[in-house]
Every structure is written in C-alpha cells, then in structure tokens.
Design a protein. Structure first.
Length: 182
C-alpha cells in the first residue's frame, strides 16, 4: 500500500507518525514532499528550507520493522563564507530498525525501540537528521558567486590584520627572522 501525504499552508508534523499496528501488509510505503514549511516546523537549525521528496518504506523482518528512508532534492543553508543562502543537492538512503519494547529507546545509529502499547513512531526527526548528515561541513557558493559586499569586508579585514601583524613583531623575533634569511 502506498500513502502520499501532501500538506497545505500549515505544516503538520503529526502526519509523520507511523502507526505500526495499522501496517497489515509485509511492506508499506509513505511518500512525503518536504518544503520550507517542514524545515520551519521541525525547527531545523542548519537547514533554512528546501524541496525534498522523501519515501519511507516499512517492512516486517525477523520480529522487527525495517524502515528505509530515501530522500532526494535540494536544501537551502547558509554559505560558510558570505552567510547568504546557498542551495545544495541532497540524496540519501538510510536504514533504521524498529523493535517493540516497553518504552521509547534510541539504541544508536540503526536501532530504536518504541512502546508496544502504542506502536507509533514519529519519523519527522530522523528524516531531518538523515538529510542534514548529507550536507558537507563546509558549504559555500561556487567561486565568485558569494555576496560581493560581504567578501570585500572579509578581505579588507584580512589585509588589515596582515598589515598589523608585520608592524607589531617583537624586535627579538625580527632579529631571529633575519638570521633565517641568511
């Protein structure tokens, strides 16, 4: 069975709650269209917005549920150099195993336990985490496309700092520097 979930203006994160009790077939697929409203509702700190299509496949395997997350699209983050928004492509495939237990417990990277009494799992945060993990630590515009005003401020500060460093050298270090030149 395939579930397609689209949202109106008010993004409702409760739509990401998967009820494993209602999964009757061996595999069910849920499709989500994530947009700026999703990233705002999830209160994402690194990702400003984006357009990402996510598919969540849930299947029963050996007494637990295997949950596969597939996400493809673009996200908007702050440029590491000029702090203006920059759009980056994202593509991820991640897997998580969900077992029934007494209470919710996150067992690290690939295993979580959810209460057997409710059998409900909120996938909204894991979707965000898997997308955020695909973003490189340094993300910037292609060379020459950063905000020119910000870049001129940055380079002027660096040049001033370089000029100050040369004038503030301790005379003893300057004497040692002359010995190295010989």
């Amino acid at each position: 069975m395939v579930h397609i979930i689209l949202y109106s203006q008010m993004y409702n994160l409760s739509q990401f709650i998967l009820d494993f009790q209602s999964i009757k077939e061996n595999e069910e697929t849920f499709s989500f269209k994530l947009n700026d409203d999703y990233f705002k509702a999830i209160e994402a700190t690194e990702i400003r917005g984006g357009e990402v299509e996510t598919t969540v496949k849930v299947s029963r395997k050996n007494g637990c549920f295997e949950v596969v997350f597939l996400s493809e699209g673009t996200v908007t983050v702050d440029c590491s150099r000029c702090l203006d928004p920059v759009t980056l492509p994202v593509s991820t495939e991640d897997k998580l195993y969900v077992k029934l237990g007494e209470e919710y417990l996150d067992e690290g990277d690939e295993m979580i336990f959810i209460p057997e009494s409710s059998q409900k799992y909120d996938a909204s945060w894991h979707i965000y985490e898997f997308i955020a993990l695909t973003i490189p630590p340094q993300h910037s515009h292609p060379e020459g496309e950063c905000n020119p005003d910000m870049m001129s401020l940055l380079y002027n500060k660096n040049e001033e700092a370089d000029g100050e460093a040369e004038t503030d050298i301790d005379p003893r270090w300057a004497a040692l520097g002359k010995l190295l030149e010989k």
